[in-house]
Each structure stands twice: as C-alpha cells, then as structure tokens.
Design a protein around this ligand. Structure first.
Ligand code: CTP
Ligand code: MG
Length: 231
C-alpha cells in the first residue's frame, strides 16, 4: 500500500490510573485500541497498519487487530513499543514498508477520531509534501504564569491551536528527520521532529471527537459518545 498508519498503543495509562495499559482499557465493553482501529480501517485507502503495543499485551493487540481487520489482516503488523512515546514511534516506523509514500502516526488513546480526519491529513500531505497536523482553535483564554501561580500575562489566542493526531508526513523525509534527531532534545510531538529537520508543517481542521482519553473524566465522556448519549 502507498499509505502506512502507525497506531501507538504502548503507553501505561498512568493518569487514567486503572492499572491496565490505556489502549486495553474497556470502553463500552471493548478495548480502546479496538475502537481506534475500527476508525483506522474505516478510512477508504488501502493501508499498512502497524500497531505498537506493550510487550505484556502483544498477543492481545494481535487478537484485537485480527478482529477488526478481518480479511485486511495481512496489512496489519504488531510490534512492541518502548519506554517513551518517541521510542514507540521509532519501533513502529521500523516496521513500515518502503512502498508507502505517506506515513500517519496516531495515538490509540484518540480512539474516537473519525475516519475523515485520516483522509483529510493524507490528502494534504500529498498535495503539499509537508507535515500535516489536525488542529482545533483554542477556546479558553490562556494565561502564562509562574510556578507559584502569579499571572505573567495572557497569550494571543488567535495564534494558538490544540494539536491532535493522526499526524502525517512524506515517509522518506520523515525517516530522515527521525535519523537526524539530536540526542537529548525532547520533541513534544511527531511534527516537531519533522519541523526540526527544516520541513514545513501545516494544520488541517481537527475534530472534537479526536480528543485524547487521558483522565477518568475523558473515559466517561468517550463512553457517553460511544453509547450515543452525546457529551
Ligand atoms: N505511547 C506509546 N508508548 C509510550 C508512551 C505512550 O505508544 N511509551 C502512546 C500511548 O499508548 C497513547 C499515546 O502514545 O496512545 C499518547 O500517550 P499518552 O496519552 O501520554 O498515553 P500514556 O503514556 O499511556 O498515558 P500516561 O502518560 O497517563 O501514562
Ligand atoms: Mg504518556
């Protein structure tokens, strides 16, 4: 396939606090990863899908993948992740075949991200040959403050965007950008790795449903959405 989608699912889910790696926590009776993969396989382009799982849940990830992918299971690979999200992305990237021109990197924790966001990102990567990130306008007023809580000033909200996944890149250029990471420099997301290598990054419209399940409150909200109760 010309498209590769890496789904990082190897985190431990500390903030959710359920003692189970987050991607394997049940949401309306099925693991978060299963919900995420359903939407990945709903996007219309044939894709190689690489799931990055914790070593403890490798077999479970394979079973979930088979369940969702059905006859497309040939196009699914499960690899074991690392201690940081960046290490997990690297593990996923190593499993991506060079037949792809575009790679998407997606958080399993954004389990309700609709298929159309994937399509929007892929189309823009091909059109612009740039890094592409889904983003939403920030609705809250944002204040800068000291660690003690004293307000230093407000940030111009018109320049801010909340960034989501899937983030998309031309594959070869992304591999080169990862290979060029300066050791010790922390990158907060995949696009900042790409930008650090001198490439342009643009935003496309994100989606409210692409929120990241991080806290117990997020899981409740996701549960309501899946059950059709609305937020
Ligand atoms: N992730 C990963 N490997 C890691 C850390 C994170 O694959 N070593 C993945 C998570 O599974 C998740 C996504 O990156 O799908 C976003 O990370 P985050 O929301 O921080 O998930 P966790 O690290 O699992 O949660 P926490 O930080 O609360 O422990
Ligand atoms: Mg984390």
């Amino acid at each position: 396939p010309r498209l590769a989608i890496i789904v990082v699912a190897a985190g431990s889910g500390t903030r959710l606090g359920l003692g189970v790696p987050k991607a394997f926590v049940p949401l309306a009776g099925r693991p978060l990863l299963e919900h995420a993969l359903e939407r990945v396989f709903d996007q219309p382009e044939p894709a190689q899908v690489v799931v990055v799982a914790p070593a403890s849940h490798r077999a479970e990830a394979v079973a979930i993948g088979r369940r969702v992918a059905g006859i497309a299971a040939d196009a699914l690979t499960v690899v074991v992740g690392g201690d940081s999200r960046a290490a997990s992305v690297s593990a996923g990237l190593a499993a991506v075949a060079d037949t792809a021109d575009v790679v998407l990197i997606h958080d399993a924790a954004r389990a309700l991200t609709p298929a159309e966001v994937f399509t929007r990102v892929v189309q823009r990567v091909r059109a612009d040959r740039a890094g592409v990130i889904p983003a939403l306008a920030v609705v809250d007023t944002i204040a800068r403050r000291t660690p003690e809580g004293a307000v230093l000033g407000q940030v111009d909200r018109s320049e801010l965007a909340a960034v989501q996944t899937p983030q998309g890149f031309p594959l070869a250029a992304y591999r080169a950008a990862v290979a060029a990471i300066v050791p010790g420099v922390e990158h907060t997301d995949d696009a900042s790795v790409f930008a650090a290598a001198g490439h342009p990054v643009v935003t496309v419209e994100g989606d409210d449903r692409a929120f990241k399940v991080t806290t117990p409150w997020d899981l409740r909200r996701a549960e309501q959405l899946v059950r059709g109760a609305g937020p």
